[in-house]
Design a protein around this ligand. Sequence first.
Ligand SMILES: C[S@@+](CC[C@H](N)C(=O)[O-])C[C@H]1O[C@@H](n2cnc3c(N)ncnc32)[C@H](O)[C@@H]1O
Length: 326
Amino acid sequence: MLTPGDLILLVSPKGKQYLRKYDPQAKLHTQDGVIDLAQVAQAGYGGVIASHMGSLYRVLRPSTYQLIKGVKRSTQIMYPKEIGYVILKLGIGPGTRVVEAGSGSGGLTTALAYHVGDTGRVYTFERRQEFYELSGKNLEAAGLVHRVARYHHDILQGFAPQGMVLGDPASDPSGADALFLDVRTPWDHLEQAAAVVCPGAPVGFLLPTTNQISDLLRGLETAPFEDVEVLEILVRRYKPVADRLRPEDRMVAHTGFLVFARHAGTPFTGSIPVLERVRPAPEHADDAAAVPEAVEASPVPDTVPAADASEPVGSGPLVSDNKDVS
Ligand SMILES: C[S@@+](CC[C@H](N)C(=O)[O-])C[C@H]1O[C@@H](n2cnc3c(N)ncnc32)[C@H](O)[C@@H]1O
């Protein structure tokens, strides 16, 4: 049952789309005529309504993908293909507190706000007034602005803007679970980024050129981050014709590169326990599936002998032989 304020996506057979909040009093003026939105409640999601000229529109519940595509933009927005991976890599889910800059048109902010739910929080920073306002309007239109602390603020000054109430998680991003930067020179903000997230937090960056990645990698080398990963995501669409199935003639060849890392937290120094390699007992030596009964931790000396240092700690097969499937 649709109630006023619910988001609706009206789609014509030709693919024309209108994203709106359902208001039974409203009239939508389209090239196909005027649509009286009072019809929406009876049609429901999946149903069909008509303009005064008889043009038909299907009523759909917009997905996050469609919310992002519906963002009015004055800046380049992030593409859903990158956003999807970012959501997974940063572990964004209900209750997550995530810091983001710059807000731009609010494309990524929309997706983050959707996924953190009502128990999470997005803290987004934008230094230009016009984009600060635009991203606010887009979040309002998507019905997600209440999950976002929005700051008109240059992150060169750090992540403690004017108006923030220290210690109040509704406005203070300190100890955030994750961070993402889509700004031109992220290497200028690494110290501040490390200071605002909790130890071990995942962080990510979007950059359009490879020389920017090199600058960021140099910055990450001297900042408290580890587990650095660089990647790009390509999507190749196919013409959905069963008898002549083949790729589209054109594709978007480049949008941006993604860089991920993790806040280093406690440094790897001193004595740490490691898991010993476990070999099958002699009577099971030929049984590849043999599972060790116990895996014991043993202390390692502060100084690891040079010969061992090149080998990753615990690199032997411990329990299973799973391949990296990332
Ligand atoms: C490419 S846009 C971000 C687009 C956004 N991710 C989206 O999906 O809509 C980059 C934004 O970062 C903002 N920006 C750049 N440097 C900044 C800084 N130091 N502090 C805050 N915002 C900054 C720019 O004004 C611009 O709006």
